[in-house]
Write a protein that binds this ligand. Structure first.
Ligand code: A3P
Length: 302
């Protein structure tokens, strides 16, 4: 089978990663760690000029909060509303993974584009905010995010191994993980919660009632969908259905992106002391904030 450019590019990135030492897989830029292979300095330099359009759909999530889940939901919403059944593009919508030539192609792509990022708002291209596109932000409780991140780093050859657990726990707490501190991201979005172009959804609310989540997201982006379409998209977007289709949708990476898909897996990983440390950090950083309340920490993290 002939490989498309992005597929072969991904394969060569994997090969590059397999020859690399763990300590070379990340580098620091303005105090934040990034993947040397996926987001090298020339990619991030060029990204500053990326021109977002007002009608782009922007999806933002701190890593492991459910980004790929929402990408799939958004693509289904777009397909349902246009009546087309467009195959998903081979490339991830994460803009910080697009090498300069792919950024150029993106600039020529027709509307309506779906763009995504794990970047902190301060490090996003300026046009993300000046052009005023709608931005959907996905958050997840920090304990499950940490657990998901730990397994992701262990399974993803582009990133260094996260082992041992205690070391990764401390790194996450200190924000010394790729894309930076969970809490810095959360505090940056807290300031933008009242922006009418920004909507925040949580992983836990989506798990609780996916149909309701699909409906909210479709309405936010002005896609009129029938109740039947909403039900059908939600049915196709459960963890078990997406896991079953993951080989087809994400190839070898299916197993990396779709792991357990549950709320509360942190209870199988955190020691009592680590749980207390996170409670303390959450209290210091997010207690009394609107986003903190939206995360329902007492319900999902106690
Ligand atoms: P776990 O590691 O806890 O299983 P991201 O896409 O941002 O990297 O997030 C990955 C997390 O979302 C993983 O969490 C993954 O299993 C979960 N996930 C992916 N699809 C999902 C779905 N349809 N329903 C629930 N969780 C899903």
């Amino acid at each position: 089978m002939t490989q498309t450019a992005p597929m072969s590019a991904m394969k060569s990135r994997m090969e590059e990663a397999s020859k690399m030492k763990d300590e070379d897989k990340l580098y620091k830029r303005d105090g934040v760690l990034y993947s040397t292979i996926l987001s090298p300095p020339e990619t991030l330099d060029k990204l500053k000029d990326l021109q977002v359009r007002e009608d782009d759909l922007l999806l933002v999530a701190y890593p492991k909060c459910g980004f790929n889940w929402m990408v799939a939901v958004l693509r289904k919403i777009m397909n349902a509303s246009t009546g087309k059944n467009e195959a998903p593009p081979e490339r991830s919508p994460l803009v910080e993974f697009l090498p300069p030539d792919a950024q150029q192609k993106l600039a020529e792509a027709p509307s309506q584009r779906l763009l995504g990022t794990h970047l902190h708002p301060d490090n996003m291209p300026a046009s993300f905010f000046t052009k005023k596109p709608k931005i959907l932000v996905v958050f997840r409780n920090p304990k499950d995010t940490l657990v998901s991140y730990f397994h992701f780093m262990n399974k993803n050859p582009v990133l260094p191994s996260a082992e041992p657990w205690d070391k990764f726990f401390s790194e996450f707490m200190a924000g010394e993980v790729p894309w930076g501190s969970y809490f810095d991201h959360a505090l940056a979005w807290e300031k933008r919660l009242d922006d009418p172009n920004v909507m925040i959804v949580t992983y836990e609310d989506l798990k609780q009632n996916l149909s309701e989540g699909v409906k909210k997201v479709a309405e936010f982006f002005n896609f009129p969908l029938s109740e039947e379409q909403i039900r059908s998209i939600a049915g196709e977007s459960t963890f078990s259905v997406m896991l079953e289709n993951s080989q087809k949708s994400h190839g070898g990476f299916g197993q990396v992106f779709f792991r357990k898909g549950e709320v509360g897996d942190w209870k199988n990983h955190f020691t009592k002391d680590q749980s207390k440390q996170m409670d303390e950090l959450f209290k210091n950083k997010l207690a009394g904030t609107k986003l903190g309340a939206r995360l329902k920490y007492d319900l999902y993290c106690q």
